[in-house]
Design a binder for this molecule. Structure first.
Ligand code: NAD
Length: 329
């Protein structure tokens, strides 16, 4: 498959490295409005264009991998789909449920796959949580606690602090890292929560620097606690069910279950922010799905449910934590 990368900053450059390890995938060109991005692409031996439209007019690529900041995901994805290309899009694919629905309709009518780069779904943490959910029985509670001392910074001269600009990021840590926790939770609980509540610490209008989100599923609850102003960088995932529990803190897992207590250390650390090592499995999933439009409901619905839950959490946080009922489907 021939691939174009739209947005050649931190995520785009990491993606190029990841593609170079995948037989059958070749990055041929990059679109990036910043001269820095285009110069870096040229140094990598790639053709570089100021706009995706210019790139698509010159290259017959199969896939556009959207690695630009969030505000551009909708427009770049719709442009690529309309031009007959499959799309892999970085998170958050859509800020709003309405955008997710529009993008899914565009994919269906173009007959091209819109696939979310939900790479934490292929992380060792998710594998362990999935394994634990099977061991402990239906999860009753789950916890995702992601603490950072600050947000990640973008590259070079373009806009390194776009994550604190609601016009570009769409929101704060919930849309940024929180997107991962939301789809991990819906995968573990097998669907959408009925109710969502949240309390936020706002930095400015529409921009939270810390947020606690509570998801009430039919069979249990998930808590997502996120901060850009924590004391240290830590990642904690926990799960408990009738048959035991898992506590996974910074790569060290403690599992308790019918067989007793087991401690494990995960091989892949979560200290790199781009996780190239998880990409091959995600790309294999994308490539298999691209051939099977009958299976596109899964990725398209996950884009929608993630946007719906985040939208509901922000609505609840604006109401000081009042629960918001989630539309199903
Ligand atoms: N899934 C993950 O693990 C992961 C990790 C890092 C970033 N991301 C996501 O990747 C996206 C980009 O984040 P980043 O950290 O690489 O940002 P960045 O600031 O490092 O890079 C952004 C790049 O996009 C370019 N750009 C801006 N507008 C554009 C447009 N209209 N078309 C094409 N390119 C454009 C900029 O010039 C810059 O080169 C975000 O959605 C972010 O959430 C995901």
């Amino acid at each position: 498959m021939k691939v174009a990368i739209a947005g050649f900053g931190t995520a785009g450059a990491a993606r190029l490295i990841a593609y170079r390890g995948i037989p059958g995938a070749e990055v041929v060109a990059v679109a990036d409005p910043s001269p820095r991005g285009r110069e870096q692409a040229a140094r990598e031996g790639l053709r570089a264009y100021e706009s995706l439209a210019g790139l698509l007019a010159s290259h017959d690529v199969d896939v556009v991998d959207v690695c630009a900041p969030p505000a551009f995901h909708r427009e770049l994805s719709l442009g690529a789909l309309a031009a007959g290309r499959h799309v892999i899009c970085e998170k958050p694919v859509a800020f709003r449920a309405a955008d997710a629905r529009e993008m899914a309709r565009a994919a269906r009518s173009a007959g091209r796959l819109l696939y979310p780069a939900h790479n934490y779904g292929f992380s060792p943490m998710m594998r362990l949580l999935t394994e634990a959910a099977q061991t402990v029985g239906s999860p009753a509670t789950a916890l995702f606690r992601i603490q950072r001392q600050t947000h990640a910074r973008g590259v070079g001269e373009w806009s390194p602090d776009w994550r604190r600009d609601p016009g570009i990021a769409g929101g704060g840590i919930l849309l940024d890292h929180g997107s991962h926790c939301v789809y991990m939770a819906t995968r573990l609980f097998g669907g959408r929560p009925g109710k969502v509540s949240a309390t936020a610490r706002w930095q400015a209008e529409g921009m939270e620097e810390a947020i606690d989100v509570h998801l009430s599923f039919p069979g249990g609850t998930a808590d997502i606690e996120l901060s850009w102003v924590g004391d240290s960088r830590t990642n904690r995932y926990a799960l408990a069910g009738p048959g035991g529990s898992l506590d996974l803190t910074d790569g060290v897992a403690v599992l308790t279950g019918p067989g007793g207590r087991e401690e494990r250390e995960l091989e892949s650390p979560t200290q790199s922010s781009t996780h190239e090592e998880w990409f091959a499995d995600m790309f294999a999933d994308f490539a298999a799905l691209a051939e099977r439009p009958d299976r596109w409901a899964r990725p398209l619905d996950e884009i929608l449910s993630t946007a719906q839950i985040i939208e509901a959490a922000y609505a609840s946080a604006r109401l000081d934590g009042q629960p918001v009922t989630l539309q199903q489907g």
